[in-house]
Design a protein. Structure first.
Length: 355
């Protein structure tokens, strides 16, 4: 089944304001915090509180119905929602490991998502020496988890761990909350080629990109030319040098673990390189794209995201600069993206989803 990615009448669709002014959204955050941080959560929510959460959910449901191209949202409780693809959605992607097709239903905890983002607003998301020193198991166990190919199960040989981490470990946070007013996060979706947001993307105070995303004249009108941050997974280390070429101050943030390939590469480039420091919480999607949104939320007052859509037939995950890649899970991505878009219905989120 072919689905239009957006109504043809509106090129500039949605606004998602994630978190911001002191209005309904702050109230929501407050409610959710009391809900999560009390030992008897049910007692801390009175009838009106539950009403506010329910109303918010209804808005999200309505939004999914209007913009989800067939996706529907179903309430489980006042925090949980299930997003369902229509029966018969052609999910051709087979998970080779489990020999199953992608599920057509995804459950999300909106309260958790909102809380997570609110936490990111106040934290810096780069691993620092300060953080390792302060954390009781910081140097021994935690540091070891962030180094691949360590050849040791912990950091009892501190010298060894220092050698691995020193090139990417600032003493204190290099960026602070709300350092930038407006940021653009540019995903790698092939759908970017259907729009021309290049200039708009470049008008942001900072632009965050993912992995091997090329930035050059060929794609300029679709993805812009400005480059400030790039989040990369370890597999991209070997291709990273030519990609960073010509942009000495683009900050590279390594997504999960550092390893020898990165360290070798870091020696050869002038760019600042850090290790991402995420808040550990369960959540719906953990791709590089979502991490880059989290990175942005930790540094920017307003975050606009581009290029996170999945191809209309939901059959594969396309990238603007390469052939479609089988193996990514398009339905999960599509559902999470829709949730993200629709959480903005309160109009107080600082995150704007711009296809
Ligand atoms: C699903 O898509 C695949 C490849 O795109 C196609 O071969 C197949 O016939 C489709 N199945 C249905 C039921 O539309
Ligand atoms: C984040 O910081 C703001 C302002 O300093 C504060 O009002 C808010 O409660 C903080 N949120 C969290 C989750 O710590
Ligand atoms: C600790 O690591 C350093 C650096 O790799 C190495 O030179 C040293 O021999 C190691 N010490 C022990 C006791 O293994």
């Amino acid at each position: 089944m072919s689905r239009p990615i957006k109504p043809s009448s509106s090129r500039r669709p949605t606004f998602i304001h994630l978190i911001c002014a002191a209005t309904i959204f702050s109230l929501l955050v407050f409610l959710i915090q009391s809900y999560f941080f009390t030992s008897t959560p049910s007692k801390s929510l009175n009838v009106e509180d539950v009403q506010i959460l329910s109303d918010f959910q209804s808005d999200v449901q309505q939004c999914v119905a209007n913009r989800g191209f067939g996706l529907t949202a179903h309430t489980v409780d006042h925090c949980k929602l299930v997003l369902k693809f229509p029966k018969g959605t052609n999910s051709t992607w087979l998970n080779p490991q489990f020999k199953t097709y992608e599920p057509l239903e995804y459950t999300y905890d909106i309260c958790e998502a909102v809380l997570l983002w609110e936490q990111y607003r106040n934290t810096t998301t780069v691993l620092t020496r300060e953080y390792l020193d302060a954390r009781p198991d910081g140097w021994m166990d935690y540091a070891a988890k962030r180094i691949a190919q360590l050849g040791a199960k912990d950091c009892s040989n501190r010298t060894l761990c220092e050698e691995h981490l020193n090139p990417i470990l600032p003493a204190s946070p290099p960026f602070h909350p709300r350092q930038f007013e407006k940021c653009a996060v540019v995903g790698n979706s092939g759908d970017l080629l259907k729009t021309e947001f290049g200039e708009e993307i470049d008008s942001h105070d900072a632009v965050i990109r993912d992995n091997e995303a090329p930035v050059n004249e060929k794609y300029a009108k679709h993805v812009g030319l400005k480059r400030n941050f790039r989040l990369g997974v370890r597999g991209t280390a070997k291709n990273m040098v030519p990609i960073l070429k010509g942009s000495d101050d683009e900050v590279l943030v390594i997504k999960s673990v550092t390893h020898r390939d990165f360290n070798k590469m870091i020696d050869t480039i002038p760019n600042p390189v850090y290790l991402f420091q995420g808040i550990v919480l369960r959540r719906g999607a953990k791709g590089t794209g979502m991490k880059s949104v989290e990175l942005a939320l930790s540094m920017c007052d307003i975050v606009d995201i581009y290029g996170f859509t999945v191809d209309p037939g939901y059959t594969e995950w396309t990238r603007y600069f390469s052939e479609p890649r089988k193996g990514h899970n398009p339905l999960q991505g599509r559902a999470y993206y829709q949730l993200l878009e629709c959480l903005g219905v309160s109009n107080d989120f600082p995150l704007n989803v711009l296809y």
